[in-house]
Design a binder for this molecule. Sequence first.
Ligand code: ING
Length: 308
Amino acid sequence: MGPDMTSRTLIVSAAQLGPIPASARRAETLERLIKLLEGAAKEGTQLVVFPEAALTPFFPHWLVRDEDELHSYYEKDLPGPDTQALFDAALELQVSFVLGYAERTEDERLFNTAALVDEHGKVIHRYRKIHLPGFQTVQEKAPFQNLEKRYFEVGDLGFGVQPWRNTKIGLAICNDRRWAETYRVLAIGGAEIVCLGYNTPASTPHLPESDALVNFQNHLSMQAGAYQNSMWVIGTAKAGTEEGVNQIGGSAVIAPSGEILAVAKTLGDELVTTEIDLDMVTRYRREIFNFAQHRRPEHYRSIARPLS
Ligand code: ING
């Protein structure tokens, strides 16, 4: 049975991107995103999720010394001259999409942002990354940097939930997926699908013991969030070796059961498409994670008792 407005089924795609070199012209990058949109539309997809920083290399991985270079990585308007072609293609194809990008506001504030664009090419929701990992200053000994605290402010929009078609969507970005609160706050707000992009290095310089577990912990975070909150999670990677940093792939569509329904096989541009049943959210929230019947926030007090 194909997707329609009553059956609460939907076809979704994680649109994974391979590396975006700092030398890439924006038009070239946009071409890659449009190609993925076209491929998704051919598969009947209604919602495409692009990664975090889907228009640029993940520049927090190095100290950007040149002011003009730094500003070149941010978008002032969305759509703007550098993204209009993507919006036009999505409108033409009647496909909604989530786009991760670096945002510069009118009053010069800088955020790591994701936007939800509906099938009419309209930005209907925006989220600014709250959990910024990394540092303000360069870590001398590290083989690569994470300077998100230097290049972005902490998001000031909270975790919003946006009605879209016959469901509700929440957005998150990269490190947000590691924090249980991200999914719980969105679930309390009624989100049925969480869309998130990530740029995740294959090694963690400050905790080398976790290097062998990077891919496991990527899926663990999203599967736990999906299951413990009865939500669909669409997680999309910017993968491959980008400006010298190896990044994981593993883009996936994860069900409220916690199962991975579809997962990327490569580290390049790749569509991970599957049909999802939104009523699985309803069933799991009725039978297992029924917040009203079983959850007791009024009793949740963490009391650190001294050892007797
Ligand atoms: N990147 C990484 C992420 O959260 C990281 C940073 C990796 C933090 C591994 C902790 C462990 O996937 C971004 N951009 O948040």
